[in-house]
Design a protein around this ligand. Structure first.
Ligand code: GRF
Length: 201
């Protein structure tokens, strides 16, 4: 794998970063990508300390001072990201909505993991909504990010059964274990130029 072919991956997160940890751990050996930056909108995000401990460059752009001026926040994000020259952005528990202005600069190069079987349950509270609907199964989706929320081309899905008595928290934990398998598997294929749909269960 020559240096030129290795894809540089920046990971954006807002919280604990369990998906980021799995992505970083996966990018070793003959994997076609390496992490170049972990970036958060929350300077206190637990994922930043985990990334630093794994030897990955970290940065934070606190969204709060921008008081809802999304374009200004995103310009600040781009300023921090640019020097690292990522080929791919992975949103991994990144809880800010990105405008078309930002997303359009990363068309075909930005992934997200969403904790539902899209196109079902775009947005928040996905597990509670699946339980409310009485679904027999739930899961997670890795998709390319487009300007419409949780709406881009699907690259991978993983399914789990819904069990009697499940609470949203219990279901979320079951889905999260599949997220940790699905996202690294999809990123590896995507970095190698393979956009074929991956199904795990
Ligand atoms: C996960 O459920 C993920 O699907 C969602 O954010 C949650 C937390 O992810 N996008 P992490 O533990 O911070 O990676």
């Amino acid at each position: 794998m020559t240096q030129a072919e290795t894809k540089r991956v920046a990971i954006l997160l807002s919280g604990g970063g369990s998906n980021m940890v799995k992505l970083v751990e996966s990018m070793q050996g003959d994997h076609p990508a390496r992490p170049c930056l972990v970036l958060s909108n929350d300077p206190q995000a637990g994922g930043l300390a985990k990334a630093r401990a794994m030897g990955v460059e970290v940065a934070a752009v606190d969204h709060r001072p921008f008081k809802g001026d999304r374009a200004a926040f995103e310009a600040a994000l781009m300023e921090v990201i640019a020097p690292y020259q990522p080929d791919i952005l992975c949103l991994a528990g990144f809880m800010r909505i990105l405008t078309e202005g930002f997303v359009s600069q990363w068309t075909g190069r930005m992934l997200n993991i969403h904790p539902s079987l899209l196109p079902k349950y775009k947005g928040l509270h996905t597990h509670a909504r699946a339980l409310e609907a009485g679904d027999a199964e739930a899961g997670c989706t890795v998709h390319e990010v487009t300007p419409n929320l949780d709406d881009g081309p699907i690259l991978g899905q993983a399914r789990v059964p819904v069990e009697p008595g499940d609470t949203p928290e219990v279901l979320a934990a079951r889905v999260l274990t599949m997220e940790h398998r699905l996202y690294p598997a999809v990123l590896r294929r995507f970095a190698a130029g393979n956009r074929e749909m991956l199904n795990l269960s």
